[in-house]
Design a protein around this ligand. Structure first.
Ligand SMILES: C[C@H](C(=O)O)C(=O)SCCNC(=O)CCNC(=O)[C@H](O)C(C)(C)COP(=O)(O)OP(=O)(O)OC[C@H]1O[C@@H](n2cnc3c(N)ncnc32)[C@H](O)[C@@H]1OP(=O)(O)O
Length: 558
């Protein structure tokens, strides 16, 4: 963007400055550290960035305009001036009634989207009365045993007026079918259903661990979902390809981009192999990233990811519809950065992380509650987390102009560096036979673990300061009474609900629908319509997943 002459003058000026102005000050005072790095190991931060650091950038090709390729500056032409990001607080615990109450509370307080957390048994495809579920029912999210529970969660919440994200992976097909069935019962046209299922099984094998079936049938179910949604539920985001868990497992920012986009590449390849047209399903692919404390690195990460995905979709897959190239993403502030010490500091961490997400152009945001390192968040901490977003949206000015950090020599240079680093990693993965193979070989897991280990050492040795933990400690202790408690009776109540539901349903319908589903799994039919039928017959999550386990088998380890 600068001509050679300008650049030469800048370089000369830089050298002069180093000698005449900087030198004497450095000699007298030095600097705080020998080396400055970004949040992630190995990425050195220079003292000063100038146009020379972004001399290679071409405005048109690398930045462009918002809503246009390569979408570095954002997927929409007006961004937050037209519509604020969706404030989507992750919630759900105990029984369907409790979750319905929390959802209504969030909507009453200005939440603009819902985000549903499921308990571990639901995520693993077990009913609440299964021996495998004991002690876990309703703990990390809501227990959904059947359509009956789903109807209760959305009681009084018209599905044509909200968009709902569901953090569900291995049994995503079942929960999506339940959502569709609730919509059908509410009389909402399927084309009006909006939301996202996480449905990202590859990162389950690599980092999050709630898988049920082996990789092969899991990938088939995912492509069936893409096809079903394109035909029946066209506004639904069929997957949330997630870097969040990869980062939380310890990865660097560049690895977070690379492994997430490499997962994306694997899904796109599979769907194309299954005969689908890339421009039919790609616009409904969505992404999910973490936002950490290093604000400028995070902004660069989001911008680099957008640019890379646009290039991958166009150049690698020949996508023609610009909507197929737009990387739209949800952000969650980083749970692992929250400290159990001085929990009020977490409000500040979350605010900075949320700022980074917004400066980076997120479409949807969850801000963590300050107490989440210790317990489920209380209503009060959930409210403060939501208010943090509202202050950011309405008071900070951060939403008033598009991609405000563009043109910062540092942010642009870091955007380029992260793109280069992540592109190199994707090339390495390609050479190893793709992401699925690299996960099966444990290569991805090892890359992440190595970084996580180094970071832990830095914290233990005090090289990395965590305020309130290894520096600036104080003796204040959290009052246990201020934390949310899990109701231990929930498990029993949920089992009773499930029993009552089973007494009411038509067993013959259930059996027939499960037999048909088994047959569909064993053939090459799309499984989704069969799952919708089973759900509508009130077959349970566990029964449906068992029918699929009968045909697909179980995956026991990555
Ligand atoms: C840690 C934890 C765990 O492990 O358990 C987790 O995983 S929690 C994980 C929780 N995960 C999540 O919550 C995932 C959330 N994800 C999402 O909501 C989605 O995938 C998303 C990222 C694409 C965001 O979807 P969204 O509906 O909120 O937002 P969108 O960007 O699609 O915008 C909604 C509609 O408004 C339109 N729109 C948006 N902005 C503009 C604008 N400036 N001008 C005009 N129109 C606009 C869009 O085109 C779209 O309409 P149209 O559709 O007509 O084009």
């Amino acid at each position: 963007m600068y001509d050679e002459e300008d650049l030469r003058a800048i370089r000369e000026g830089h050298e002069e400055w180093e000698e005449e102005t900087l030198g004497p000050t450095l000699d007298r005072f030095g600097e705080r550290k020998k080396q400055f790095t970004t949040d992630t190991e190995g990425h050195e931060v220079d003292r000063l960035y100038t146009p020379d650091d972004v001399a290679e950038q071409e405005y048109d090709e690398d930045l462009g305009f918002p809503g246009e390729k390569p979408f570095t500056r954002g997927p929409y032409p007006t961004m937050y001036r037209g519509r604020l990001w969706t404030m989507r607080q992750y919630a759900g615990f105990g029984t369907a009634e409790e979750t319905n109450e929390r959802f209504r509370y969030l909507i009453d307080n200005g939440s603009s989207g819902l985000s549903m957390a499921f308990d571990l048994p639901t995520q693993m495809g077990y009913d609440s009365d299964d021996a495998m579920a004991a002690g876990e029912v309703g703990k990390s999210g809501v227990a959904i045993d059947s359509l009956d529970d789903m109807e209760t969660v959305f009681d009084g919440i018209p599905l044509d007026e909200v968009s709902t994200s569901m953090t569900i992976n291995a049994p995503a097909s079942v929960l999506l079918a339940m959502y569709v069935a609730v919509g059908d019962k509410q009389g909402v046209d399927r084309s009006e259903l909006r939301g996202t299922i996480q449905n990202d099984i590859l990162k389950e094998y690599a980092a999050r661990n709630t898988f049920i079936f082996p990789p092969e049938p899991s990938m088939r179910i995912i492509t069936d979902i893409f096809e079903f949604c394109a035909d029946e539920v066209p506004s639904f985001n069929t997957i949330s390809i997630s870097g969040y868990h990869i980062r939380e497992a310890g990865s660097t920012a560049a690895q977070e981009i690379a492994f997430t986009l490499a997962d994306g590449i694997e899904y796109v390849e599979r769907a194309i192999e299954a005969g689908q047209d890339v421009d039919e399903f790609a616009p409904q692919l969505s992404f999910f990233f973490a936002s950490y404390n290093n604000i400028l690195e995070e902004v660069a990460k989001f911008r680099a990811a957008r640019r890379m995905w646009a290039r991958i979709m166009e150049e690698r897959f020949g996508a023609e519809d610009p909507n197929s190239m737009k990387l739209k993403f949800h952000t969650q502030t980083a749970g692992s950065t929250l400290t159990a010490q001085q929990i009020e500091n977490n409000v500040v961490r979350v605010a900075y992380q949320a700022l980074a997400a917004v400066l980076g152009g997120t479409q949807s945001l969850h801000t963590n509650g300050k107490d989440e390192a210790l317990s489920l968040p209380t209503e009060e901490s959930v409210r403060t987390a939501l208010r943090t977003q509202q202050i950011l949206a309405h008071e900070s000015g951060a939403a008033d102009t598009i991609d405000p950090l563009a043109g910062s020599y540092y942010v642009e240079s870091l955007t380029d560096d992260l793109e280069a680093e992540a592109t190199q990693l994707i090339e390495d993965i390609d050479e190893r036979g793709g992401m699925r193979q690299s996960i099966e070989d444990q290569w991805v897991q090892r890359q992440i673990q190595d970084v996580a280990f180094e970071r832990q050492e830095e914290i233990e040795e005090g090289e990395r300061v965590i305020v309130g933990v290894n520096e600036f400690q104080s003796d204040d202790e959290v009052d246990e009474d201020d934390l949310a408690e899990v109701d231990e009776e929930d498990e029993q109540r949920q089992i009773e609900r499930l029993d009552a539901m089973r007494d009411d349903r038509d067993e013959e319908d259930v059996e027939e629908s499960l037999d048909a589903l088994r047959d569909a799994c064993a053939s090459d039919a799309n499984v989704m319509p069969y799952i919708v039928d089973a759900v509508k017959a009130y077959a349970t999550t566990g029964e449906i997943c068992d029918a699929m386990r009968d045909v697909f088998g179980k995956h026991t380890g990555a």
